[in-house]
Structures are given as structure tokens and as C-alpha cells.
Design a protein around this ligand. Structure first.
Ligand SMILES: O=C(O)CCC(=O)C(=O)O
Length: 430
């Protein structure tokens, strides 16, 4: 007997398909169908007429409150995994439970159905085509050597990290000086964003083309291309990304080891619920004090119960880290990489919820018809409701960071940049 495998798609598509199958042998016009047509057209009319928010709906005074307008949205990873399982069957893929697969020639729909917001994946044929893969140290020194970059310095373990702004050539000069617990890491959110001539070397990524962050007002749009250049042994913190977005890590040169933590284990990570990210829009900072590559199990005994996935990512490869996954990177050798982010149909509600939870907008301000809108319209409506003072704050945060980088007078000045808090007055290379 031939096995019939259903097509993938959202729960809504599947429900409609089932409905269609159940009624395939009946008359064309039935009361049930008439009712369905009526409901669908009402939703469509509501969607069209409300794609711009009328003034009188902005006070949230209507009674019928649904979905995101009423209660916190929580991303249901269990459901996502069930959907993944179902879709893997459709794509006839083996199910590797504890493995991060390397894929090339992956279609965007298979990516959406089986990995995005569900399971990490390494794409091997995206970064290798970008001109940025040919960037060299020499060109950076020659063209940008005197420009200031933001760097983390660690002496004696990740808990002793300090932020610095210093000329790129000074950082490059010391790239070979590192040991397991003493190292430097250029982590600059704005260096590439502000240099279009370098930005253009970062080629296309069809998996990230649906980008709802483009619908954010410019003043509060997250910077979308962080440069990461580290010595051997340098590493990020163990964290989940700001706004709980989907992370993209593109390795241009070098080798990164990753610890990836499937969702549902936050209680094992000692995260400070009060920490804030310092981004243009307020957001929670999901940083664990644990160094997953050098765990102090006496201090953090719950770590032993954690289930962790590991992956190695090499030059020319890209790792996609789903919404809701804590992660930490370790540079095995000198490594140059870029971090980007994704907000699309699969994770936008989780991101909007983070924005509300952090206090940028009162939940009751959302119109009651909010959840009937198409995903991009939901994003536009929410953005249109952000108070002026929130937009102004976003503008000030960016301005402030740029000014701090500019005004630092010597190589050792600390810069407040949304990096980890570190001890005061530590000097490096003196
Ligand atoms: O490559 C790294 O050091 C970590 C990058 C990362 O996790 C991030 O940008 O969220």
C-alpha cells in the first residue's frame, strides 16, 4: 500500500484542507458553506478596512479582546516540534533528534516548515557566495585601522568582561594574544551598519528575505549586522537573543563551536529577570551568568541537568538559531563572523510579545481586531501605536552609543554599549 503523506502547512491550512475533504462529495451550496463564506468574507473585509488604525480604536475601549490583545502570547515549542515532525515526514527527511544538520540547496518552504523557529540548521551554500568571504586583515588595517571599534576584553574568565572602544588596528595587532581565560572579542553592532561599502559585500540570504523588522520605524529598528572578530578562546555569553528573535551567525573566517539549548530549560540557567538589553526599544536581556564552555558547577549546580546540543560551524557556513533557544559561541581559532536576525511569519508574535512585555506599549492599546490582521499588518499596527517617547528613546540610545564611541580619547576607555557589565578601570595592553 502506498503511504500517503500529507502536505505541510500551518494548522489553519490543515483545518481548511480537512474541511474541504469532509465536504468533497456534497452539494455545492449548503447552509454550512454559506456560513463559511460569510465568516471568511467578514474577516477579509475587517482585515482590509483596519489595515490603518482609526483614531477611535486606539484607546482599546472595545470589549471583545482576543489573542495578543488580551493575554501574553507564549510560543508553543511543543506544537512547533509536532509540526516539524509532521513536515519532516512530508519532506521524507530522517529525524535526527540531537543533531544539527548541514544543508545546501534547501528550499525556503522546507526551511520554514522544518527548521525555522523549530530546530537549528547549518546552511553551507549562502555565506560562501558573499564577497565578504574575501575580506582580509590587511584591507581592514589599511582602510579602517584608525577607526574605533567596540571590544570586549576578558582577563581571568568570562565573568570579568569589560567593554572598550579602541582603534581597529590596535585590536588587530593583539589578535594572537589569548589563552583559555584571557582573550579579546570585537563585538560591534554599528561598525558595518555605518559603512555601506562593507555592507554591500554581505550578499543575499533568501531564507531571511521576509523581514518584518523592516516594518519598524527606523529609530527603533534593531541594528541588523553585528561584526564579531575574536581571538582564539574568545566567546559570547550564554544568552537568548534580544526580543527573542531568530539568530543568524555567518562565519567568514575561522571556526565556531556552539552550545545550543532547546527551549523549556530557562529555570536551569540563572537568568536575572530584571536585566534589560539596552536596545533602541526596551527589551529583556536573557543572559545566563554561566560559561557553558567552562562551567562552575558548584556555583551553578542546575546546569548539570541541562540538555545541550553542540555544533561546529566553519568558514563559509551559516548557523540559524531558532527563537527561544539559548546559545553560546566559542571561537576555536581567530574567527571573523557576522550576526544578523530574523523576524518573520514564524516568530513575529513572540517578538511582539517581548516588545509589549518590556513596557514599550500597553497591551490594552492594541485594537481588538488585532489578531484578525495579516502578520505584517499586525506588526505595522503595533509599531504605529508606539508612544512618541519610546521612539525618542530609541533615537537617543543610538545617538548616545555613537557619541560614546567618538569621544573616547585613549585606547583604554570603557564604553557602555549594551555589552556585559564589567569591572571598572581594567586596563589592557599597558
Ligand atoms: O558569535 C558569537 O560570538 C555569538 C553571536 C550570538 O550569539 C549573537 O549574536 O546572538
Amino acid at each position: 500500500m502506498t503511504k500517503v503523506v500529507a502536505r505541510p502547512g500551518s494548522a489553519r491550512t490543515r483545518a481548511l484542507r480537512l474541511l474541504a475533504e469532509n465536504h468533497s462529495n456534497t452539494e455545492l451550496v449548503t447552509p454550512c458553506r454559506l456560513l463559511l463564506v460569510f465568516i471568511v468574507s467578514s474577516i477579509m473585509i475587517a482585515g482590509i478596512s483596519f489595515s490603518v488604525v482609526p483614531e477611535d480604536f486606539q484607546d482599546g475601549s472595545l470589549e471583545e479582546v482576543i489573542n495578543l490583545t488580551q493575554q501574553p502570547y507564549t510560543f508553543n515549542h511543543e506544537m512547533a516540534m509536532k509540526e516539524r515532525e509532521y513536515n519532516l515526514e512530508y519532506y521524507q527527511r530522517p529525524q535526527h533528534n540531537w543533531k544539527v544538520e548541514r544543508r545546501s540547496g534547501l528550499s525556503v518552504s522546507e526551511f520554514f516548515d522544518t527548521y525555522d523557529a523549530k530546530w537549528p540548521v547549518i546552511l553551507t551554500d549562502v555565506v560562501s557566495k558573499w564577497p565578504a568571504i574575501n575580506w582580509t586583515k590587511e584591507v581592514f588595517i589599511q582602510k579602517y585601522g584608525k577607526e574605533r571599534v567596540v571590544m570586549k576584553a576578558v582577563v581571568g574568565g568570562l565573568q570579568h568582561a569589560t567593554g572598550h572602544a579602541l582603534p581597529l588596528e590596535v585590536f588587530i595587532d593583539h589578535l594572537n594574544e589569548a589563552s583559555f581565560d584571557t582573550w579579546t572579542y570585537l563585538e560591534d553592532e554599528l561598525f558595518l551598519v555605518m559603512r555601506p561599502e562593507l555592507r554591500k559585500d554581505i550578499g543575499q540570504n533568501e531564507y531571511a528575505e521576509e523581514n518584518f523588522f523592516n516594518l519598524f520605524p527606523e529609530m527603533v529598528r534593531p541594528w541588523d549586522c553585528m561584526m564579531l572578530w575574536g581571538t582564539a578562546h574568545s566567546r559570547s555569553t550564554l544568552h537568548m537573543d534580544p526580543y527573542n528573535w531568530t539568530g543568524i551567525s555567518a562565519v567568514l573566517q575561522g571556526h565556531k563551536k556552539w552550545k545550543l539549548i532547546p527551549p523549556g530549560q530557562d529555570h536551569l540557567l540563572y537568568v536575572d529577570p530584571e536585566a534589560r538589553c539596552g536596545f533602541p526599544l526596551e527589551c529583556r536581556k536573557y543572559n545566563s551568568p554561566i560559561d557553558a564552555f567552562d562551567v562552575d558547577t558548584k556555583k551553578y549546580p542546575r546546569f548539570k541537568r541541562l540538555q545541550v546540543l553542540e555544533a561546529d560551524v566553519y568558514s563559509g557556513e551559516m548557523l540559524i538559531i531558532p527563537t527561544g533557544w539559548y546559545h553560546q559561541a566559542f571561537n576555536v581559532e581567530q574567527t571573523l563572523a557576522l550576526s544578523q536576525q530574523m523576524m518573520n511569519r514564524n516568530n513575529y508574535l513572540a517578538i511582539l510579545e517581548e516588545i509589549i512585555k518590556a513596557g514599550n506599549l500597553k497591551r490594552k492599546k492594541l485594537p481588538t481586531y488585532f489578531s484578525t490582521l495579516l502578520p505584517p499588518d499586525q506588526v505595522k499596527v503595533l509599531m504605529s501605536l508606539l508612544p512618541k517617547k519610546v521612539l525618542q528613546h530609541g533615537h537617543d540610545v543610538t545617538k548616545d552609543i555613537l557619541e560614546q564611541i567618538k569621544k573616547t580619547k585613549d585606547n583604554q576607555n570603557k564604553v557602555k554599549s549594551g555589552l556585559e557589565d564589567g569591572q571598572e578601570n581594567m586596563s589592557i595592553w599597558v
